[in-house]
Design a binder for this molecule. Structure first.
Ligand SMILES: [Mg+2]
Length: 332
């Protein structure tokens, strides 16, 4: 039995990246036998509330009556339609939550993972004028890591402004906003601001650009937008230092877990990230977080009216609730 609903959430600050801006987000929440999952539509991957709703309505018949048959169900979803990874993620997460809840254990335990609460997560400063970005940083103190969205004109000044407001670690994400030439120059400038790494400097299919950039950059390069599933990781072998896994791109926890194995085999660093997601999506990603090098799970912190309570960053560290499944409950 699969039910779904659309949830509207408001963002604390207008969320701006090189891809666009938003104040309000609509998410699809899926419920399978009490297990919850979330789809966060991303327009540049071709998904919307309509495509996700259509997918989950039609996929309901493919779930069957045994949520433990995760591998078979996900196979059926992949054969039913390619792509649609956010819709698939919602179903995959709901299935994991349902299985964990039936077994009365958290999903990370189901997967043989030890929960760790000592890896800091970053807080994202969205694109604005430098003064406002400095203010955003000052109004959200105490994080060990800030992530700055760049990839737009004037971005080096924005990084400088945030650096004035904090001594914490800073990582930047250009969201495919630079050309190779710009990236080489900007990264040279960024080196003076003590930057941890640069995420997605180039267009996601510019594999040769990544190879050249990596040879010219003193900062580590992390690929995000072009990293979808396990198969996509090999395309970036020797061209980047690491990858960013997001459940909304991978189609859920199961593929995300496989991606970690592939990336480790290729000696890549691993980051786990998110879209703007409620505590449903964030808590699901947090189940895999103890296995990675960099955590960027602040999507629920950017939302003013998150309808759910689950894994949450407190003072920059993930706190796992003592509940089975992905540990999420609807707020009362
Ligand atoms: Mg990114």
């Amino acid at each position: 039995m699969l039910e779904h609903k659309v949830v509207k959430v408001h963002l604390k600050n207008t969320f701006r990246t090189a891809h666009g801006a938003a104040d309000v987000k609509h998410q699809v929440i899926v419920n399978i036998e009490g297990g919850l999952g979330e789809a966060a539509p991303v327009a540049y991957y071709g998904e919307s509330i309509d495509t996700i709703s259509d997918f989950v309505e039609k996929a309901a018949d493919l779930i069957g009556d045994d949520v433990f048959k995760l591998e078979d169900i996900i196979d059926r979803l992949n054969h039913f339609r390619a792509y649609n990874t956010a819709a698939k993620a919602a179903i995959d997460i709901a299935l994991h939550d349902a299985v964990g809840t039936k077994l009365n254990i958290p999903v990370y335990k189901m997967l043989g993972i030890t929960a760790r609460e000592d890896i800091p997560t970053s807080y994202t400063i969205s694109i604005s004028d430098p003064d406002d970005m400095k203010r955003q940083t000052e109004e959200n103190p105490g994080y060990e890591i800030y992530k700055i969205k760049v990839g737009v004109p004037g971005d080096i000044d924005m990084v400088a402004a945030v650096r004035e407001a904090t001594d914490a670690r800073i990582r930047v994400d250009a969201n495919a906003g630079w050309t190779l030439k710009e990236a080489v120059q900007k990264i040279k400038h960024l080196e003076r601001y003590d930057i941890e790494f640069v995420e997605q400097p180039l267009h996601w299919h510019d594999y040769e650009g990544f190879r050249i950039l990596r040879s010219k950059s003193n900062l580590p390069i992390i690929a995000d937008e072009g990293i979808m599933d396990a198969g996509s990781i090999a395309l970036y072998n020797d061209k980047v230092d690491g990858i960013n896994i997001k459940l909304q791109k991978s189609g859920g926890i199961r593929e995300g877990f496989k991606m970690i194995a592939v990336a480790r085999a290729l000696k890549m660093q691993i980051m786990i990230g998110c879209m703007v997601e409620t505590s449903v999506g964030i808590s699901a990603a947090a189940q895999l977080a103890p296995l990675v090098d960099y955590i960027d799970l602040d999507g629920n912190l950017l939302i003013d009216d998150d309808p759910y309570d689950g894994v949450r960053a407190e003072n920059g560290y993930l706190k796992y609730p003592d509940r089975p499944g992905i540990g999420v409950v609807e707020k009362g």
